[in-house]
Ligand binder design. Structure first.
Ligand code: IMP
Length: 187
C-alpha cells in the first residue's frame, strides 16, 4: 500500500482526506504539527511555503492543505484569511456582514500541496455555493453557513459522508491521488 504523511493541526481535514485516499489504496499518516504560515493574499503562496517548512521538519514525502472561503459580495473576503476571521468574528460575524445582501454566492477552495524535497506539486479543488441566512446543522468551521451549489442544505446539514462526496477538499484530494499513483507507478 502507498503511504504518505499529512502535516496539520486539523483532525477534521485529516479525516476527510484520509477516508477519500483509502479508495485509492493510499494510507495517510497524521503528523500533528503546528506549521508556520506566511501572510499572503494567495492561498497557493501560503501552501507552497508551508509545504517547504513541513518537509524541512519531517524529511519524508508529505502533503499539506490550505483552504479559504471566498465571498463574492465581500470582494472575496475572507479568502486566505479564513482561519483568522473564523477565530475572530466567526459564522455569526460573516452572517451579519452579509445582512441585507442579495448576492450570497461564495466559493470554497482547497489547495493540497505534495512535497518530497525534490518535487513540489499543487492540486486545487473548488466548489461554488451560497452563504445561508442562518447557521444550519453541525460540522465544523464554516460548514453550518455554506450551502453547496445544487443543494438546499448546508455542509453541516448534509453530514460527513454527503459532504465528502462532493466537497472542495475531495476534489483536490482526488486530483492529488490520481497524480500520486502515477508517480508511484514510475518509481
Ligand atoms: P485553514 O486552511 O486551516 O487555514 O482553514 C481556514 C478556515 O476555513 C478555518 O477557519 C477552517 O475552520 C475553515 N475551513 C476549512 N475547511 C473547511 C471546511 O471544509 N468546512 C468548513 N470550514 C472549513
Amino acid at each position: 500500500m502507498n503511504r504518505i504523511s499529512f502535516v496539520s493541526k486539523n483532525e477534521n481535514k485529516y479525516n476527510e482526506i484520509e477516508s477519500r485516499l483509502k479508495r485509492f489504496d493510499i494510507q495517510l499518516e497524521f503528523v500533528e504539527l503546528e506549521l508556520r504560515e506566511i501572510q499572503s493574499n494567495l492561498l497557493e503562496e501560503i501552501a507552497t511555503i508551508k509545504s517547504d517548512y513541513a518537509y524541512d521538519v519531517l524529511r519524508k514525502p508529505l502533503i499539506v492543505e490550505d483552504t479559504g472561503i471566498f465571498i463574492f459580495a465581500l470582494n472575496n473576503f475572507p479568502g486566505p484569511y479564513s482561519s483568522y476571521v473564523f477565530k475572530t468574528i466567526g459564522n455569526e460575524g460573516i452572517l451579519s456582514l452579509l445582512k441585507n445582501k442579495s448576492n450570497r454566492d461564495a466559493l470554497f477552495k482547497t489547495i493540497i500541496t505534495f512535497n518530497n524535497g525534490k518535487i513540489r506539486e499543487m492540486f486545487s479543488g473548488e466548489l461554488k455555493g451560497k452563504i445561508s441566512n442562518e447557521e444550519k446543522g453541525g460540522g465544523w468551521g464554516y460548514d453550518p453557513i455554506f450551502v453547496p451549489i445544487n443543494f438546499s442544505s448546508s455542509y453541516g446539514e448534509l453530514g460527513y459522508q454527503n459532504k465528502i462526496d462532493i466537497s472542495h477538499r475531495t476534489l483536490a484530494t482526488e486530483r492529488f491521488a490520481n497524480w500520486f499513483l502515477k508517480l508511484k507507478s514510475t518509481d
